[in-house]
Ligand binder design. Sequence first.
Ligand SMILES: C[S@@+](CC[C@H](N)C(=O)[O-])C[C@H]1O[C@@H](n2cnc3c(N)ncnc32)[C@H](O)[C@@H]1O
Length: 311
Amino acid sequence: MQNRSPHLSVLYHEIILALSPKSPGFYVDATVGAGGHAWGILEASGPQGKLLGLDLDPQALALACQRLAVYGERAILRQASYTTLRTQLAGLAWKEVQGIVLDLGVSSMQLDTAGRGFSFQADGPLDMRFSPEQPTTAADLVNHLSEQDLADLIWRYGEEPQSRRFARAIVGARPIHTTLQLAEVILKAAGGRHQRNHPATRTFQGLRIAVNRELDSIEEVLPQAIQALAPGGRLAVISFHSLEDRIVKQYFRRESRDCICPPGQPVCTCGHQASVRDIDRHGITASEAEIGENPRARSARLRIVEKLELA
Ligand SMILES: C[S@@+](CC[C@H](N)C(=O)[O-])C[C@H]1O[C@@H](n2cnc3c(N)ncnc32)[C@H](O)[C@@H]1O
């Protein structure tokens, strides 16, 4: 049963089942957000299991702090990027951990707070930073990138087929300061019509990924997470779009193989050794019941690996 929260944790039961937290174990929620998954891990690993929760967002962390206060010293929370996982664990002298969860992307609280600038459902400043300490906002990118660089960003991180047309329209409408201003410029460039999704959806995704260096961060954390696991420990990653999922899938596939030589090479020369076992090759998606309750769960995919004994 999930504790009450402004953010409904996606694939909550699947995460708890995947990690099967036990007392006394060490666990990391590297994207603690409102503390939903963390709460479940602390409940299941009582009375002695410990959890380190990380988040870049001080507002999310304040909420997690409040919710997890009942667990006292069992819950340790830090405002930090998950890319610093190795350093954070060293600081606590935790040599290895039994489970790590990464629930990527943006929370409902962040999306629903107009002042954070993640969404065009309400007007707000074009910000999109997970942490106010990050140097670059979405407005900086929108107003200062060249048309070519903006088009590349929208194409690469938003997978937007009309990236060139949208970049041209944005450059022509500068300066753009708010989410609704940007959404309107894109709607007009798209011909003023839309079907299921607003035409600005992919551009907003692209900007958010670029502002927060999200894909680079995932690439940085995965090796650290696998290295931190104790034999038999598990890493569970929830992604919300194909760009994130591709990185996770390819990394898990590579790390679960003994040889990563190019296909067709007659003799192995790479010396690579599998460090993990892939628990579900295709990933786990949300049930219709969960999607009914929380439409955000529709695009979620959970991938899990388990550290091998000899790795
Ligand atoms: C989907 S929410 C997590 C929700 C959480 N699992 C729960 O159950 O409440 C994702 C969180 O990851 C955080 N985040 C994004 N990038 C991060 C990074 N590089 N390091 C740490 N936290 C990050 C966001 O600020 C956001 O709060």
